[in-house]
Ligand binder design. Structure first.
Ligand code: G6P
Length: 367
């Protein structure tokens, strides 16, 4: 039947509230609840001897892929090349024998991503796609589809599909790490437990709309916003900046926090809010000192962190939103949610057409 807003003001608001379900249902399909081990279909290549993977996607899905790169390199010791599809398509990089091309797409119809699929298939790569719409063109042309179970996503700006994509990538990382002889059973259970806790943590984050709105009031006044993150939270900063641009029309840029001093610090003054994605588990001291530098130049610092991080940031941050404690492994999935809510709240204050932002399409099927 027809998909409604179920009493929410926008599809985006409804879909933000579906993060816990999207993550939970996606994980349910790939983690055995009894053994708490990942159970993915057999890969169409030998995971143990795989020499390299290429990841590609467009838009938000690309940032999910960036998180995937950090996971696969760190935990599965797999070298990863990653690029947006519109670039990779024409870069013609050398491909390894029997390499893996990992494609990520909500719709399975994005023209550039599909173009890369065909290009790399022709170059002899195994095509594995992470898709929400499994019966799509990419679904038909892939060697293997790993489905996310996010349900239909109507809002042009992607929300729950992103955390579902990350859930699949996290499980894939665990699977690869085990197959490459790098993961004990105990460590595997620890990682899957981290993931299985996410739906309830995500529910807690959905209780933070009011706090996030306080931050949104600062951002809604700004012309430019800087998003900072480090390591595996850097792509979360990029997703935050993209979402803000898409639906509030405020210019935002994301930077690896360590790059601040190599350029963007010259932009900082009290009119440029700095949003930091800073769980205490990920390079926290380094991020803290980057934020101190920004603060010293009059920057207005807004932070997403946990209770431990908040204690250390309280003297320099204007607003802090405290999230549940999670492992570094699970952090990029959880921290995405408040960052998307922030963009939504700013768009509400700006009065934009949240579900149908100007000039954007849900799925871009032309090049
Ligand atoms: C469009 C949408 C984005 C989406 C991107 C990729 O630009 O506005 O929200 O992330 O396409 O779409 P896909 O369906 O391939 O994930």
């Amino acid at each position: 039947g027809q998909i409604g807003k179920d009493g929410y003001r926008h599809f985006m608001e409804k879909e933000l509230h579906e993060h816990p379900v999207a993550i939970g249902q996606t994980l349910q399909r790939i983690i055995d609840p009894v053994t708490r081990r990942v159970a993915l279909p057999d890969m169409p290549f030998d995971v143990a001897t795989l020499s390299r993977a290429t990841i590609t996607a467009c838009g938000s899905a690309f940032y999910a892929g960036m998180v995937g790169r950090y996971w696969l390199e760190e935990l599965a010791r797999l070298p990863v090349d990653i690029d947006v599809a519109s670039e990779l398509r024409y870069r013609n990089p050398p491909q390894p024998d029997k390499g893996l091309a990992l494609l990520i797409s909500q719709s399975g119809e994005t023209a550039d991503t599909l173009g890369v699929l065909r290009e790399l298939k022709g170059a002899g790569q195994s095509i594995v796609s992470i898709l929400n719409v499994e019966h799509s063109t990419m679904g038909r042309e892939s060697d293997l589809v790993l489905g996310m179970v996010a349900g239909p996503e109507i809002s042009v700006a992607s929300t729950k599909a992103f955390t579902a994509q990350l859930s699949v990538l996290a499980a894939l990382t665990i699977d690869f790490s085990r197959q490459r002889g790098l993961l004990s059973e105990q460590k595997e259970r620890e990682l899957t437990d981290n993931l299985l806790d996410l739906p309830s943590h995500a529910m807690e984050v959905l209780g933070l709309f009011d706090q996030i709105r306080t931050m949104a009031r600062v951002i809604a006044q700004a012309r430019d916003v800087l998003y900072l993150g480090r390591g595996i939270c850097m792509p979360v900063a990029q997703e935050g900046a993209l979402k803000l641009k898409e639906i509030s029309y405020i210019h935002a840029e994301a930077y690896a926090a360590g790059e601040l001093k190599h350029g963007p610090i010259s932009l900082i003054d009290p009119s440029v809010p700095v949003v930091a994605i800073a769980p205490s588990t990920i390079l926290f001291d380094k991020t803290l000192s980057n934020l101190q530098e920004a603060r010293a130049r009059g920057g207005c610092i807004l932070v997403f962190t946990d209770a431990k991080g908040a204690e250390r940031l309280k003297d320099i941050a204007e607003h802090i939103v405290i999230l549940p404690d999670v492992s570094a492994f699970a952090a990029p999935i959880l921290y995405t949610i408040p960052v998307q809510i922030l963009a939504y709240e700013v768009a509400l204050l700006k009065g934009t057409d949240v579900d149908q932002p100007r000039n954007l399409a849900k799925s871009v099927t032309v090049e």
